[in-house]
Design a protein around this ligand. Structure first.
Ligand SMILES: Nc1nc2c(ncn2[C@@H]2O[C@H](COP(=O)(O)OP(=O)(O)OP(=O)(O)O)[C@@H](O)[C@H]2O)c(=O)[nH]1
Ligand SMILES: [Mg+2]
Length: 446
């Protein structure tokens, strides 16, 4: 597993906060010392650790928690927010479009392996990739790239005496969507490498210049990122070998501190071992907190409908409300993911009462349902019980879906309504899992 030690260390820190009797100065200092130890063990720069922990301490001891949050909850929230900021704040953008990518980096950082992983990444997402071997210095380099290309059934371009010539040839021959250029490594960023990379940059005019850094160099990643940024310019970083080192936390924090965005992580030697990097998701996963934070943010961005949420909580859940939920959930991933994020719902046993197959309702199905509800009359939405045979076939025709889709929607809706009532309605209204979710989303007054 990636980052086992950092993960379990941080989990313990969070557990410690959750187990605090009182949140006073002594308790906060104890937790902070814990956190410092965990981060330092992960090779995070000492100065950064102290700056961050001082800030956390001041926020907890001097600021008043926002209404609705206990001091303990606020402590958890602050620690989470600070960790995310520490490890990169935002996700580096990376678009799925035809583009040229140049990979650069020092010896054995993982450039060639990553070139292959990226080719696979694009291929599985429907774009055709090509690999270009611009490493003419190491004799076996092109052979290594060709083998990777063959394994993945991806075209490879390796004709040319120099890196520059190879790049030019590839550009004139290749018709693929995404052209990935592998370059030669060096011991250090010397003038020779810088010159070659600048030449390649001019010839290729890459959309992305990605610096490949192995996680095992820990906090030294910062200097490397800064040097490469200054000398040749980079659009992002890929941290490789996250799977095999205790220093990955240090490398990520260092990369974030350099100002460059980490876009991908290498988490193993196989072509599939590549993950897009999103600090919020990463921290959530690391501390085992589900994606609560991500859900809150996304719900806000997607314009989570407070009225709909309130009505839902009151058990007044019509297809109108369901529709609002579907709309706000698009962009949040599947319904099952969203339910996974509701704290306490899975442990409450209510999940078992969800319709069979409901747990993997995907965007596709949600889209169909949305079209179907679009085709209903206001009366049908308020009172779905009246939707019988002729109405079903009318709605199916009007929305370009099948009658079985409409029946499926109605069946699911009924079942969900029942579960929502159990989770949020009646006595559970103030304390049930839904109530907690609403509170976290800042939907007050319930
Ligand atoms: N465990 C693990 N190993 C990796 C990862 N990425 C690369 N490696 C290994 O690291 C070693 C070097 O990888 P290469 O891709 O050849 O590195 P390079 O930067 O192209 O090396 P040069 O071209 O010689 O500069 C290989 O043994 C890879 O299998 C990763 O994410 N995890
Ligand atoms: Mg290589």
């Amino acid at each position: 597993m990636v980052l086992d030690r950092l993960g379990s260390g941080l989990k313990d820190t969070f557990k410690r906060i959750a187990g605090l009797g009182v949140v006073d100065k002594k308790a906060v200092e104890m937790v902070i010392r814990d956190l410092q130890r965990v981060l330092l063990q992960s090779d995070v720069d000492v100065k950064m650790v102290f700056e961050m922990t001082t800030r956390i301490k001041e926020r907890i001891l001097k600021e008043k928690p926002p209404t609705g949050l206990t001091l303990k909850e606020y402590f958890i929230r602050v620690l989470y927010d600070e960790l995310v900021a520490f490890l990169g704040e935002e996700q580096g953008s990376f678009s799925l479009k035809p583009q040229k990518i140049l990979l650069i980096g020092l010896f054995a950082s993982g450039k060639t392996t990553t070139a292959g992983k990226l080719a696979k990444w694009f291929k599985t997402r429907g774009l055709s990739p090509a690999l270009v071997g611009c490493d003419v210095h190491r004799p076996a380099a092109r052979e290594q790239l060709s083998q990777l290309a063959e394994k993945m059934d991806v075209p490879v371009y390796i004709d040319g005496k120099t890196a520059e010539e190879t790049a030019e040839n590839a550009l004139s021959e290749s018709k693929e969507d995404v052209i990935i250029f592998d370059s030669a490594g060096r011991n250090a960023l010397d003038e020779e490498l810088a010159a070659e990379l600048r030449n390649l940059g001019e010839i290729i005019k890459p959309d992305e210049v990605l610096l490949v850094i192995p996680a095992d160099i820990g906090q030294a990643a910062r200097r490397q990122a800064e040097e490469f940024s200054k000398l040749v310019g980079i659009t992002g970083i890929i941290i490789t070998k996250m799977d095999g080192t205790a220093k990955a936390g240090g490398a990520l924090a260092a990369a974030a501190a350099s100002g460059a965005k980490v876009k991908f992580m290498g988490v193993g030697e196989k072509p599939a071992d590549l993950e897009q990097y999103d600090p919020k998701r990463f921290v959530s996963k690391l501390i085992g907190y589900g994606d609560i934070q991500g859900l809150i943010e996304k719900a806000k961005n997607a314009g989570f409908n407070e009225d709909a949420a309130k009505r839902m909580m009151e058990g007044k859940f019509t297809l109108n409300e369901f529709y609002e939920q579907l709309k706000s959930m698009q962009g949040m991933g599947s319904l099952s993911k969203m339910l996974d994020m509701i704290p306490g719902l899975s442990s409450s046993g209510l999940m078992k009462k969800m319709p069979a197959g409901f747990m993997d309702v995907q965007e596709e199905k949600m889209k169909k349902w949305k079209y179907a509800i679009d085709s209903m009359t206001p009366e049908e939405r308020e009172n779905p019980d009246i939707i019988k045979n002729t109405r079903i076939s009318r709605i199916a025709k009007g929305s370009g879906t099948k009658e079985s889709d409409i029946r499926d929607l109605l069946k699911n809706f009924k079942q969900i309504k029942k579960v929502m009532k159990m989770a949020g309605g009646g006595k559970g209204l103030k304390r049930g899992p839904l109530a907690r979710l609403m509170k976290q989303m800042g939907v007050g007054g319930i």
